[in-house]
Every structure is written in C-alpha cells, then in structure tokens.
Design a binder for this molecule. Sequence first.
Ligand SMILES: C[S@@+](CC[C@H](N)C(=O)[O-])C[C@H]1O[C@@H](n2cnc3c(N)ncnc32)[C@H](O)[C@@H]1O
Length: 189
Amino acid sequence: MSESETKPTSATRVCPWWMCYTFDNPLRRLVHQPGKLLGPYLRPGMTAMDVGCGMGYFSLGMARLVGESGRVIAVDLQQRMLDVLTKRAARAGVLSRIRTRRCSPDNIGVNEPVDFILSFWMVHEVADIPGLLEQLRAGLKPGGKCLIVEPRWHVRVPRFQSILAAAEKAGFRLLAKPRVRFSRAALFE
Ligand SMILES: C[S@@+](CC[C@H](N)C(=O)[O-])C[C@H]1O[C@@H](n2cnc3c(N)ncnc32)[C@H](O)[C@@H]1O
C-alpha cells in the first residue's frame, strides 16, 4: 500500500452512528446471518474480537457462538455505537459475554490475545490501515483467524487488493476468500 493510501483523506470517513441504522436493521438478517458466516470459525469458550463493531450486529451473534464460557471484545471509536450495542446485548441476554472497549483512531487498545477477529465494513474507514493490521496481527493467538469484510460499493477490487497486500505485509497469511453478500471478504491466519 502506498504511503498516500495510509494517510487520512477526504475518502476516509467514519460511519456516523445514525447511518448505522441504514444497514443494521431487521432486514439485514436476510443477507448477513452471523451464525452462518461466523459459525465455521467460532467455538464455545473462545475469545473473539469484533473491531469496528458498530451497534453490535455481529458482536451479538459472536456472543451466541462462543457461549457462556466465551467472550467477545467489542471495539469501536464511537461511544454511541457501544451504548446501543450494550442495550441490544442486554435484551438478547448475552451482555455478560461481551466487553465493550472505546478505542482511539490509531489504537484499538486491546492487549489480550484472541482466537478470532472480525472486521466487518470497517477497514476502509481507517486512516492508517497498515497500522491497524499490525495491531490485529499482534492481537491474534497462534493459529487464530481474522476475517476482513469490506463493502463492495466503497471498496473496489484494486483497493481491496491493496488491503490484502498490507495484511500479508503485517504477517497474515491468506486462507480463503469467503463469499459474503454485498462485500469482498478475506480470511487470514
Ligand atoms: C460501517 S460501520 C460497521 C459496523 C459493524 N461492523 C457492522 O457491520 O454493523 C463501521 C464502524 O467502524 C468504526 N470505526 C471506524 N474507524 C475505526 C477505528 N479506527 N477503530 C475502531 N472502530 C472504527 C465506526 O465507528 C463504525 O462503528
């Protein structure tokens, strides 16, 4: 990834909390089913991270998959996202499995090693993508997996390829490119 792509630009824009409702709503289950998408990677008792978790659409699904003995660390820049996530998790009865963490733009602030990381429609919003990928790589346990999913309409093929190249430079190994609706996805270890 060239240096200019790692700097904040006018194209680097964080999704405001209210915009989250345009895609994180009951209709989403028709296209993104957390159990089906993430079931192959999560087992009861695992520790998982949902980075750029937004209002927790996937964090709640992940909490169900890791079960009572597991944990989900839900990380986001915006407190408002984490507040909605907390309410939803309480309603769904999975709050005890979730830890929320408000982070800064250049530091996810999670030191605990995890078995699995999900980054769903988040990487393209980050100014320093190589820096983020290095933090994610450092946060994975040996053998852990990381699934990066980006929206097709914001992230065209060349940009996605540059994200994949930056991930490999950070030490990830590409395992597969799972099919995810409206998205480009890559699974790493
Ligand atoms: C488009 S939303 C996707 C939310 C969620 N992953 C989903 O699929 O419903 C992107 C989220 O990433 C968060 N985000 C953007 N940059 C971030 C950063 N540097 N660190 C952590 N979160 C970030 C935003 O606050 C926003 O909640």
